[in-house]
Structure formats: C-alpha cells, structure tokens
Design a protein around this ligand. Structure first.
Ligand code: SAM
Ligand code: SF4
Length: 459
C-alpha cells in the first residue's frame, strides 16, 4: 500500500515539476513515507529523520516532509520532535500535497495536514505515470478498515473502510496497461468486502471485469480476510484465466481463544475449511499467511496450536511478527503481556518450522515447467550490465503461485536485444532454494505478448 501511495506522491510532485533523483544529497525535497503497523517500523522513521539533520544544515532550503501512518498517528508532535521538519501529511492528504509544498516554498510555513475524510480522492491520471516501463503495478481499490482487530492500528490511521468506484479502478488499470503493465495487484485491507458498504459491485464481479481487459496478463490481490472469503471468490480462482493461483490469507493464530481475543471473527476450524475449499477448487494454489507470536495472554499451549496449524496447512510462505503494542489498539490494555525474549524465541520456532515446508514445497517444483511473467533482468544480470560484460542473459520473474524465478535464456549468443520483459515464458526449473527458484528457458517456444490470440516467438 505504501508503494502505491509513494507512486501517487511522486505523481503529484511531478505536477510541480519535481523529478526523482537517485541521490539523496541532490534532493531539494525529501518525503519519508512511513508505516506504523509495528513499533519497530515507527522507530525506524525517527532514526531515518535523524540522519537527515546534516543534509538540512548543509542545504537550508531543503524541504523535508513525513507522510503515511506515523504522520497520521503523531501529527504535529513530529514537528516538535524534529525541529528541521517542514511538513507532516496524513494518509488522506496525498491529494493535497502539491498545495502544501507550494505554501512551504512561497510562505515558508511549516504545514500539518492530518484531516481524514470518507471520500476517496481519485488519483489524477492526467498527471501521468512517473515510472513508465513497469511490468507489474499495485492498485489500491479501497482504503481503511472497519474490522478493529484488537492488535491493529490500521483503522485509526487509515480511517473507515471506503471502496473506490469500479469505473475509476478500471480506468486506472487501463491507463497502466496502455503504458505496458501486464500484471496488477489489487490492494485493500480486506478486499473480500470490496464495494459492499457502498452497494457497488462485489469483489469477484470487479475481478471478472478486470479479467476481460485486453493486454493484461495477470491479476493478483491482497489481503483477504478469512471471515469474508466467499465461495464466489474461491471459484474465481478456477474461472478467471488471469487470476494468479496464490492467496494471502492471514490466520494470525492457531488458537481459538487467541483468535477471539484478537477479534478475528473466525475459528481455526473455519479457516481450515476454507483452505480445503481453495485446494479442492484450485489444486496447486499457493497459500501464504501472517502469524503474530506473543499476543497478550498467549500461553505455550496456544502457541503449540499455532505450530500445529502451520503443520496441518503447510503454507507456501509465512510472514511472522512479534506482537507489539500500538497506540489506540485495544490489546494495549490487555493483561499478561508476553516478555520480549519469549516472543523472540517463539518467532524463531515459527520461522524454522515454516522454512522446512517452504524448502520442501519448492523442491517439488524441480524439473517442472513453470509459466513465468518476466519482470526484467535479475539482480545478478544488473551487476553484469554495470560491468559492461556481455554474457548470457539472466532474467527474473514470478510464477502464477508468486514464486520468484531467476533464469537463464539458454541461448549462447548475447540475447539482451531479445527483451523478454513483460512476456510470459515457460521456464524449466533446475534448482530450488528457500526463497527463489533457478531455471532455464524451455527451448524454442511461443510467448504470449498479451493481446488475445497474438503470439510471438523467441529462439
Ligand atoms: N488487513 C490484513 C489482515 O487482516 O490480515 C493485515 C494487515 S496488517 C497491515 C499486516 C500484518 O501485520 C497483520 O496481518 C499482522 O500479522 C501484522 N500486525 C498488525 N498489527 C500488529 C501488531 N500490533 N504487532 C505485530 N504484528 C502486527
Ligand atoms: Fe488491521 Fe484487522 Fe483491519 Fe487487517 S482486518 S487491517 S489486521 S484491523
């Protein structure tokens, strides 16, 4: 979500003729887009701002602004804490950012704008895209959240759940596709409840419309709340040819007692049933999840239930976090907080357990042929390019199941001229690692370039 917001910030600043610079020393304006989801993310904001003090001293006209969830949460308090800061703008103020910058430049004000509203300010597509040539992009389809999980700061810093009008979502995706984008990831804190409150269309209906869009190859979405995962959405994985076979379905805990205290509104049994339905409808679908360890009151027996659930589901991947108190979230007031060392230990146990499943799952892909959407040169290739070394090309992309594949094009001539970026190619998997796969393009093959019925060929 912050990547999408940062892109919107950059687009807005483009309208004031600012351009992105790779060098922070050269910048006339620095925007720090922040995350407040865990305490550690918030601490990083202040240490980063501390590092900017020297730059401001050398260049007094430099404008420094803080946006995002920490800005929304702390407001003017950040100006007090960081005396050289010019601007604090909240999660609903991105559309007003160019005006704020103009005030700072012309009137030398310090500005705080944390006003929230239930109306969504649509991105101004006329501003143009600041970064052409991307294969895959995020598209926020809704803002805020109404679920109030007891550990979570999102409803307080992002406001009430509000869905964007489907016509605006489609228009934005169409403009992305026209600029060469082949894959979109639809974003919302709970995409399953998209459009319900406003009586727009349902999320599966929105997916169907996007699926019909010429030129687009793949659709992803995140995040799906287990309590609202409908049969219609589960069937979309079978029915919609562009919908990738991956779902991120955060469980948070395997203990019903803890799920209740978290206000998640489902049980482990309901969750396991949904996993079965997903796997029966779409065999091979990748399922990933989020886990919080050390939630207040989590006993060793609760924790054991989480481990047991991880073993039962065998996720493709897991994001695991140590619980941290967040301002306003009701769990702050819960008793029986788990001590830091215990949280650390539980986190390690979860990650070690999951690693075994990730490695085992990836191993089963050895020698298989995977359809990969190529995102560009691999990191290794970029290093080779910088050295002007003409070698066989190494590319990177993802499978429909969201696994990173680095591959070699198998041609013994320098084929960087054959740009595979944005194409779907079949890759034979030769080696598997815990976080990526390695392979080779599978011989001479037709490659879809996205327009219905059209094919191109690479040697
Ligand atoms: N809306 C998504 C959902 O309901 O699953 C999750 C959104 S949140 C931005 C991403 C993840 O951060 C959560 O799934 C949770 O695991 C983790 N998280 C949120 N608050 C946390 C906290 N106070 N301490 C530790 N982890 C937290
Ligand atoms: Fe936070 Fe729960 Fe909303 Fe997700 S559903 S954003 S965890 S309150």
């Amino acid at each position: 979500m912050n990547v999408y917001d940062s892109e919107r910030i950059a687009m807005g600043l483009g309208s004031l003729h600012y351009e992105i610079t790779p060098s922070i020393e050269k910048a006339d304006l620095i925007i720090v887009n922040t995350c407040a989801i865990r305490e550690k993310a918030e601490q990083k904001v202040y240490s980063f701002l501390g590092r900017l003090a020297g730059l401001k001293k050398k260049k007094p006209d430099l404008i420094i602004g803080v946006g995002g969830c920490v800005a929304q949460q702390e407001g003017a308090k950040i100006l007090e804490r960081v005396p050289y800061l010019d601007l604090v703008f909240g999660t609903h103020a991105i559309g007003r950012l160019p005006g704020a910058i103009q005030s700072i430049v012309s009137k030398k004000y310090r500005v705080v704008d944390t006003q929230m509203s239930d109306e969504i300010k649509e991105p101004d597509i006329a501003d143009g895209l600041y970064d052409e040539g991307k294969v895959t992009r995020f598209v926020t389809i809704m803002q805020g959240c109404d679920n109030f999980c007891t550990y979570c700061v999102v409803p307080y810093v992002r406001g009430r759940e509000t869905s964007r009008n489907p016509e605006n979502v489609i228009k934005e995706i169409r403009s992305f596709v026209e600029s060469g984008v082949k894959e979109v990831t639809l974003l919302g804190q709970n995409v399953n409840s998209y459009g319900m409150k406003e009586g727009l269309c349902t999320f599966p209906q929105l997916l169907r419309r996007i699926n019909d869009m010429d030129g687009l190859l793949r659709i992803r979405f995140t995040t799906s709340h287990p309590k609202d995962l409908s049969e219609d959405l589960i069937h979309a994985f079978k029915d919609l040819n562009k919908l990738c076979h991956h779902i991120h379905l955060p469980i948070q805990s395997g203990s019903n007692r803890i799920l209740k205290r978290m206000n998640r509104k489902y049980t482990r049994e309901i969750y396991l049933e949904k996993v079965d339905q997903l796997r029966n409808t779409c065999p091979g679908i990748a399922i990933t999840s989020d886990i919080i360890v050390g939630f207040p009151g989590e006993t060793t027996s609760d924790f054991q239930k989480t481990l047991d659930l991880i073993g039962t589901v065998e996720f493709d991947g897991l994001f695991a976090f140590k619980y941290s108190d967040r301002p306003n979230a009701s769990a702050v007031r819960f008793e029986n907080k788990v001590i830091e060392d215990e949280k650390k230990e539980r986190l390690k146990v979860v990650l070690d357990l999951q690693d075994q499943f990730t490695v085992r799952k990836n191993n089963t892909l050895k020698d298989s042929i995977q359809s990969v959407l190529v995102e560009g040169f691999s990191k290794k290739q970029n290093r080779i390019n910088n050295q002007n070394n003409s070698q066989n090309t190494q590319w990177t992309g993802r499978t429909s199941t969201n696994k990173i594949v680095n591959f070699f094009d198998g041609d013994d001539t320098d084929s960087r001229a054959d740009n595979l970026t944005g194409r779907l190619v079949d890759v034979r998997i030769l080696q598997t690692f815990s976080h990526s796969l390695w392979g080779e393009i599978n011989g001479k093959q037709p490659i879809s370039i996205g327009l219905r019925g059209e094919k191109s060929y690479v040697a």
